[in-house]
Ligand binder design. Structure first.
Ligand SMILES: [Zn+2]
Length: 254
Protein backbone atom coordinates (compact mmCIF):
# COMPACT_ATOMS: atom_id res chain seq x y z
CA UNK A 1 0.00 0.00 0.00
CA UNK A 2 1.42 3.35 -1.10
CA UNK A 3 1.30 6.43 1.10
CA UNK A 4 -1.14 9.08 -0.12
CA UNK A 5 0.01 12.62 -1.02
CA UNK A 6 -1.53 13.87 2.19
CA UNK A 7 0.24 11.21 4.27
CA UNK A 8 3.55 12.06 2.57
CA UNK A 9 3.04 15.71 3.51
CA UNK A 10 1.88 15.05 7.08
CA UNK A 11 4.67 12.60 7.88
CA UNK A 12 7.43 14.26 5.82
CA UNK A 13 9.70 14.76 8.86
CA UNK A 14 9.24 11.12 9.92
CA UNK A 15 9.98 9.89 6.41
CA UNK A 16 13.09 12.09 6.24
CA UNK A 17 14.54 10.24 9.25
CA UNK A 18 16.69 7.54 7.64
CA UNK A 19 15.72 4.95 10.28
CA UNK A 20 12.00 5.51 9.56
CA UNK A 21 11.54 6.30 5.87
CA UNK A 22 8.38 5.25 3.99
CA UNK A 23 8.71 1.69 5.20
CA UNK A 24 8.82 2.72 8.87
CA UNK A 25 5.91 5.10 8.33
CA UNK A 26 3.84 2.24 6.87
CA UNK A 27 4.64 0.20 9.98
CA UNK A 28 3.54 3.06 12.24
CA UNK A 29 0.28 3.49 10.30
CA UNK A 30 -0.51 -0.20 10.74
CA UNK A 31 0.50 -0.35 14.40
CA UNK A 32 -1.57 -0.21 17.55
CA UNK A 33 -0.42 1.01 20.95
CA UNK A 34 -2.32 0.67 24.22
CA UNK A 35 -1.85 3.35 26.87
CA UNK A 36 -2.78 2.78 30.52
CA UNK A 37 -3.51 6.22 31.97
CA UNK A 38 -4.45 9.47 30.21
CA UNK A 39 -2.62 11.61 32.75
CA UNK A 40 0.83 13.18 33.11
CA UNK A 41 2.67 10.52 31.09
CA UNK A 42 -0.18 9.39 28.89
CA UNK A 43 -0.90 12.93 27.65
CA UNK A 44 2.41 13.59 25.86
CA UNK A 45 2.80 9.92 24.90
CA UNK A 46 -0.61 9.77 23.20
CA UNK A 47 -0.16 13.14 21.48
CA UNK A 48 3.25 12.20 20.05
CA UNK A 49 2.07 8.77 18.92
CA UNK A 50 -1.00 10.22 17.22
CA UNK A 51 1.12 12.92 15.59
CA UNK A 52 3.54 10.24 14.37
CA UNK A 53 0.69 8.36 12.70
CA UNK A 54 0.31 5.30 14.93
CA UNK A 55 -2.84 3.77 13.43
CA UNK A 56 -4.70 2.75 16.56
CA UNK A 57 -4.31 4.14 20.06
CA UNK A 58 -6.07 2.50 22.98
CA UNK A 59 -6.60 4.48 26.18
CA UNK A 60 -7.52 2.98 29.55
CA UNK A 61 -8.64 5.40 32.27
CA UNK A 62 -11.55 5.52 34.68
CA UNK A 63 -11.07 9.11 35.90
CA UNK A 64 -12.59 12.41 34.92
CA UNK A 65 -10.62 15.58 34.26
CA UNK A 66 -10.00 17.60 37.42
CA UNK A 67 -8.67 21.16 37.66
CA UNK A 68 -5.54 19.88 39.45
CA UNK A 69 -4.74 17.65 36.43
CA UNK A 70 -4.18 20.57 34.06
CA UNK A 71 -0.79 21.44 35.61
CA UNK A 72 0.72 18.46 33.72
CA UNK A 73 -1.90 16.49 31.78
CA UNK A 74 -1.51 18.52 28.62
CA UNK A 75 -3.94 16.53 26.49
CA UNK A 76 -6.89 17.95 28.48
CA UNK A 77 -8.44 21.41 28.35
CA UNK A 78 -10.59 23.56 30.65
CA UNK A 79 -13.54 22.63 28.45
CA UNK A 80 -13.07 18.97 29.49
CA UNK A 81 -13.33 19.53 33.26
CA UNK A 82 -15.47 16.81 34.91
CA UNK A 83 -15.62 14.82 31.64
CA UNK A 84 -14.08 11.35 31.27
CA UNK A 85 -10.36 11.54 30.50
CA UNK A 86 -10.73 8.91 27.77
CA UNK A 87 -13.23 11.09 25.85
CA UNK A 88 -11.25 14.26 26.40
CA UNK A 89 -8.04 12.56 25.20
CA UNK A 90 -9.73 10.99 22.16
CA UNK A 91 -11.08 14.40 21.07
CA UNK A 92 -7.63 15.96 21.37
CA UNK A 93 -6.06 13.15 19.33
CA UNK A 94 -8.76 13.38 16.70
CA UNK A 95 -8.30 17.16 16.44
CA UNK A 96 -4.57 16.59 15.92
CA UNK A 97 -4.79 13.63 13.54
CA UNK A 98 -8.30 12.51 12.51
CA UNK A 99 -6.89 9.39 10.81
CA UNK A 100 -5.89 7.80 14.11
CA UNK A 101 -8.40 5.28 15.44
CA UNK A 102 -8.96 5.49 19.20
CA UNK A 103 -10.23 2.61 21.32
CA UNK A 104 -11.43 3.77 24.72
CA UNK A 105 -11.68 1.76 27.92
CA UNK A 106 -13.53 3.93 30.44
CA UNK A 107 -12.71 1.59 33.29
CA UNK A 108 -10.19 0.84 35.96
CA UNK A 109 -7.52 -1.72 35.02
CA UNK A 110 -7.88 -4.47 37.59
CA UNK A 111 -7.31 -8.19 37.88
CA UNK A 112 -10.60 -8.89 36.08
CA UNK A 113 -10.42 -6.36 33.25
CA UNK A 114 -6.76 -6.22 32.30
CA UNK A 115 -6.51 -9.52 30.43
CA UNK A 116 -9.65 -8.70 28.41
CA UNK A 117 -8.22 -5.29 27.51
CA UNK A 118 -4.87 -6.78 26.46
CA UNK A 119 -6.63 -9.42 24.36
CA UNK A 120 -9.22 -7.05 22.89
CA UNK A 121 -6.94 -6.16 19.98
CA UNK A 122 -3.53 -7.34 18.75
CA UNK A 123 -1.69 -4.52 20.55
CA UNK A 124 1.87 -4.14 19.31
CA UNK A 125 3.16 -2.21 22.30
CA UNK A 126 1.86 -1.14 25.71
CA UNK A 127 2.65 1.98 27.71
CA UNK A 128 2.39 2.05 31.49
CA UNK A 129 1.47 5.68 32.09
CA UNK A 130 -0.11 5.09 35.50
CA UNK A 131 0.88 6.79 38.74
CA UNK A 132 0.71 4.03 41.34
CA UNK A 133 2.68 0.87 42.00
CA UNK A 134 -0.18 -1.61 42.43
CA UNK A 135 -1.41 -0.79 38.90
CA UNK A 136 2.14 -0.81 37.54
CA UNK A 137 2.67 -4.35 38.84
CA UNK A 138 -0.74 -5.40 37.54
CA UNK A 139 0.28 -4.18 34.05
CA UNK A 140 3.71 -5.79 34.38
CA UNK A 141 2.35 -9.19 35.38
CA UNK A 142 -0.38 -9.15 32.71
CA UNK A 143 2.06 -8.12 29.95
CA UNK A 144 4.55 -10.82 30.99
CA UNK A 145 1.72 -13.39 31.04
CA UNK A 146 0.35 -12.28 27.65
CA UNK A 147 3.86 -11.90 26.17
CA UNK A 148 3.38 -8.20 25.35
CA UNK A 149 6.23 -5.69 25.24
CA UNK A 150 5.70 -2.60 27.37
CA UNK A 151 7.45 0.53 28.58
CA UNK A 152 7.27 1.43 32.25
CA UNK A 153 7.75 4.97 33.48
CA UNK A 154 7.29 6.74 36.80
CA UNK A 155 7.91 10.18 38.23
CA UNK A 156 8.12 12.18 41.43
CA UNK A 157 8.97 15.85 42.01
CA UNK A 158 11.82 16.63 39.54
CA UNK A 159 12.77 13.00 38.84
CA UNK A 160 11.62 10.10 36.74
CA UNK A 161 12.56 6.68 35.46
CA UNK A 162 11.78 4.40 32.53
CA UNK A 163 12.46 0.82 31.45
CA UNK A 164 11.18 -1.35 28.60
CA UNK A 165 10.22 -4.98 28.88
CA UNK A 166 10.38 -7.19 25.80
CA UNK A 167 9.35 -10.86 26.21
CA UNK A 168 12.37 -13.11 26.13
CA UNK A 169 14.79 -10.19 26.08
CA UNK A 170 15.24 -8.74 29.53
CA UNK A 171 14.04 -8.13 33.06
CA UNK A 172 10.52 -7.11 34.04
CA UNK A 173 9.43 -4.71 36.76
CA UNK A 174 9.41 -7.47 39.38
CA UNK A 175 13.04 -8.38 38.52
CA UNK A 176 13.80 -4.76 39.40
CA UNK A 177 11.63 -4.10 42.45
CA UNK A 178 10.45 -7.52 43.63
CA UNK A 179 6.95 -6.47 44.58
CA UNK A 180 4.87 -3.41 45.31
CA UNK A 181 6.99 -1.26 47.66
CA UNK A 182 5.37 -0.31 50.98
CA UNK A 183 3.66 3.07 50.95
CA UNK A 184 6.38 4.79 53.01
CA UNK A 185 8.92 3.76 50.33
CA UNK A 186 6.79 4.78 47.36
CA UNK A 187 5.87 8.41 47.97
CA UNK A 188 2.93 9.49 45.87
CA UNK A 189 3.02 12.42 43.43
CA UNK A 190 -0.38 13.46 44.85
CA UNK A 191 1.33 14.18 48.18
CA UNK A 192 4.85 15.19 47.13
CA UNK A 193 4.13 16.70 43.75
CA UNK A 194 5.68 16.48 40.30
CA UNK A 195 6.88 19.03 37.78
CA UNK A 196 4.74 18.79 34.66
CA UNK A 197 7.74 19.07 32.36
CA UNK A 198 9.20 15.92 33.96
CA UNK A 199 6.02 14.04 32.98
CA UNK A 200 6.57 15.47 29.50
CA UNK A 201 10.13 14.11 29.35
CA UNK A 202 9.13 10.62 30.40
CA UNK A 203 5.90 10.43 28.40
CA UNK A 204 7.99 11.40 25.36
CA UNK A 205 10.56 8.72 26.20
CA UNK A 206 7.76 6.15 26.35
CA UNK A 207 6.46 7.29 22.94
CA UNK A 208 9.98 7.05 21.50
CA UNK A 209 10.35 3.50 22.85
CA UNK A 210 7.05 2.52 21.19
CA UNK A 211 8.11 4.04 17.86
CA UNK A 212 11.52 2.29 17.92
CA UNK A 213 9.88 -1.03 18.77
CA UNK A 214 7.35 -0.67 15.93
CA UNK A 215 9.90 0.27 13.27
CA UNK A 216 12.42 -2.24 14.63
CA UNK A 217 15.31 0.21 14.87
CA UNK A 218 17.66 1.43 17.57
CA UNK A 219 18.20 0.24 21.12
CA UNK A 220 15.36 -0.05 23.57
CA UNK A 221 15.58 0.45 27.33
CA UNK A 222 15.54 -3.32 27.70
CA UNK A 223 17.61 -4.41 30.68
CA UNK A 224 18.36 -0.76 31.39
CA UNK A 225 16.67 1.61 33.79
CA UNK A 226 16.90 5.21 32.65
CA UNK A 227 16.74 7.68 35.53
CA UNK A 228 16.66 11.44 35.19
CA UNK A 229 16.80 14.18 37.78
CA UNK A 230 15.76 17.43 36.14
CA UNK A 231 16.84 19.42 39.22
CA UNK A 232 20.50 18.66 38.41
CA UNK A 233 19.90 17.47 34.81
CA UNK A 234 21.53 14.15 35.58
CA UNK A 235 20.56 11.28 33.27
CA UNK A 236 21.77 7.76 34.04
CA UNK A 237 21.28 4.34 32.49
CA UNK A 238 21.60 1.52 35.00
CA UNK A 239 21.99 -2.08 33.80
CA UNK A 240 19.31 -4.29 35.37
CA UNK A 241 19.84 -8.06 35.30
CA UNK A 242 16.98 -10.49 34.92
CA UNK A 243 16.08 -12.34 38.12
CA UNK A 244 15.93 -16.06 37.20
CA UNK A 245 13.63 -16.57 40.21
CA UNK A 246 11.36 -13.63 39.34
CA UNK A 247 7.78 -14.54 40.29
CA UNK A 248 6.51 -12.92 37.07
CA UNK A 249 9.01 -13.69 34.28
CA UNK A 250 11.36 -16.23 35.87
CA UNK A 251 11.60 -19.45 33.87
CA UNK A 252 9.31 -18.07 31.18
CA UNK A 253 11.97 -16.69 28.87
CA UNK A 254 13.14 -18.52 25.79
ZN1 LIG B 1 10.83 -10.49 36.05
Amino acid sequence: MELTMSQRARYARNIAVSEIGEEGQQKLLKSSVLIFGAGGLGSPAALYLAAAGVGTIGIVDSDSVDLSNLQRQIIHRMSSLSRPKTRSAAEALSALNPFVRTVLYQKRADGDSITDILRDRPWDFILDCTDNYPTKFLINDACVREKKPFCHAGFLRFAGQAMTYVPGKGPCLRCLFGGVPPEERSPSPAKFGVVGAVCGIFGSIEAAEAIKYIIGKGELLTGKLLTADALTMTFRKIAIPRDPDCPACGGRQE
